[in-house]
Design a protein around this ligand. Structure first.
Ligand code: ZN
Length: 442
């Protein structure tokens, strides 16, 4: 009896110990993935069949070639586990779409929702009605009204069939200029595969990246999206608040990493901190104003025309002119925001952005957040950096220093990382991996 109690006590104790550390979203979703792919492929086939009956000759064959390629590309992402199939985001997103559909019969009924392991605040729709929502939206936006605003904008694209129209216009343009589509052949020969990939990347750029046509589509999606949004029960002005918020997004946080943080995290029992790790390359080239200017240009370039888009919306819908502070988020939103935040490190790990991941973990640790959790991630990331360094391909996972394009803090970080020797990296990895095991036992 006593022994049982002790075992039970130990069991409860260890469960509580683990419960303190966040457990990343489960990726053991093989069955869901399989079922999704089955339906996705069936839909794609039906869609392409439809195209074949709608168009004839070269247009028909080029269109089906492009859609097949896009389908294979997306299938690859699903297989690569770029999406999570079992998460608390699903139900919430579904209910947001339900709310948007209520007074908007044009919103399609059979949308399939996928949550992407991606920290950038973005969403997109595929031709077959698959709706992809990046977790990053929850990190960046203030409340669920703003998430609904982004979804409305995407629904605008979907209802107006922007992607199919864009693809059709590319195919028709190509009747004169055959280069792009013709380069893509269905082949399994590895030499032509890489050439194929290049041609396909160019094509994807033409479909999704900015151009005059694309800019027009963005504005149309804004107007139609806003109409959908305001017909529902959301706070109108959050639509503009969402656009404004997206405009200020940058992949690498501009928060400064202090020297004390390096010393705190990398002065280890078996390896004391070395000042030379922080040695920087010549900083006389560094010009803060130049960087600032570039930063502004970049954020406008990666969110093109956002200012103009907002101005245009306000012109068509004058009620949007008044600035209203963002709504206070609901508790449910804050919970998802917390999940999205805790998934930042697993997400960067998944996309193999090891350098950015360590930089982000160090920022969280500087703020004193979830110490056990972020330290265990440091162990995993440094183990990957060690492997890469050993195999001479660290370049792939860690940025090079570009004195004009990065913040001073990020350059300091890159200097530190590149200054570490192979053994030093291994010691850091081992220390934090041991830390991880310790966290599990406690
Ligand atoms: Zn858009």
């Amino acid at each position: 009896m006593t022994r049982k109690l002790i075992i039970l006590g130990y069991f409860l104790f260890s469960i509580m110990g683990i419960a303190q550390v966040y457990k990343p979203i489960d990726t053991a979703d093989y069955l869901q993935r399989k079922a999704f792919l089955y339906n996705f492929n069936a839909h794609s086939e039906a869609f392409i069949k439809g195209l074949r009956s709608q168009y004839s000759g070269r247009t028909s064959s080029e269109l089906s070639k492009i859609y097949k390629q896009l389908g294979t590309d997306f299938e690859g992402k699903v297989k690569n586990k770029d999406f999570v199939f079992k998460s608390e985001f699903d139900a919430v997103i579904k209910s947001l779409i339900e709310r948007l559909r209520k007074n908007n019969p044009r919103v399609p009924k059979d949308l399939k929702i996928l949550i992407a392991r991606d920290n950038t605040p973005n969403a997109y729709c595929l031709a077959d009605g698959t709706f992809v929502i990046n977790m990053g939206l929850y990190n960046w936006l203030d409340n669920e009204e703003q998430v609904a605003a982004v979804i409305s904008h995407e629904l605008g694209h979907q209802i107006d069939e922007h992607t199919p129209k864009m693809i059709l216009s590319i195919v028709e343009q190509n009747k004169q200029d055959k280069s792009t589509v013709q380069d893509i052949n269905e082949t399994t020969d590895s030499k032509s595969l890489s050439r194929n990939q290049k041609a396909f990347d160019i094509l994807k750029d033409r479909i999704y990246k900015e151009g005059v046509e694309k800019r027009k589509q963005e504005m149309q999606a804004d107007s139609l999206g806003y109409v959908i949004f305001k017909n529902s029960d959301f706070k109108k002005n959050e639509f503009v608040n969402a656009l404004q918020k997206l405009q200020t997004f940058d992949t690498i946080s501009s928060r400064e990493l202090k020297v004390e943080t390096y010393k705190k995290l990398f002065d280890l029992p078996k390896q004391s901190f070395k000042e030379k790790w922080l040695k920087k390359e010549d900083f006389s080239l560094y010009n803060y104003n130049f960087y600032k200017e570039k930063l502004n240009k970049d954020s406008l370039a990666s969110h093109p025309e956002m200012v103009r888009r907002i101005e245009r919306l306000e012109k068509i819908f004058p009620e949007l002119k008044a600035f209203i502070d963002p709504e206070k988020p609901s508790e449910a939103y804050m919970l998802l925001k917390k999940t999205a935040k805790m998934e930042i490190l697993p997400n960067y790990f998944h996309s193999e952005d090891y350098g950015v991941g360590i930089y982000t973990a160090m920022q969280f640790l500087q703020d004193g957040e979830e110490e056990k959790y972020y330290k265990s991630w440091l162990g995993k990331y440094f183990a990957k950096i060690y492997e890469a360094r050993k195999n001479y391909n660290l370049n792939r996972y860690l940025d090079r220093i570009e004195s004009k394009n990065q913040s001073e803090s990020y350059q300091q970080f890159l200097n530190f990382m590149w200054n570490l020797s192979l053994d030093e990296i291994k010691n850091i990895a081992d220390f934090y991996k041991a830390n991880e095991t310790l966290a599990k036992v406690n």
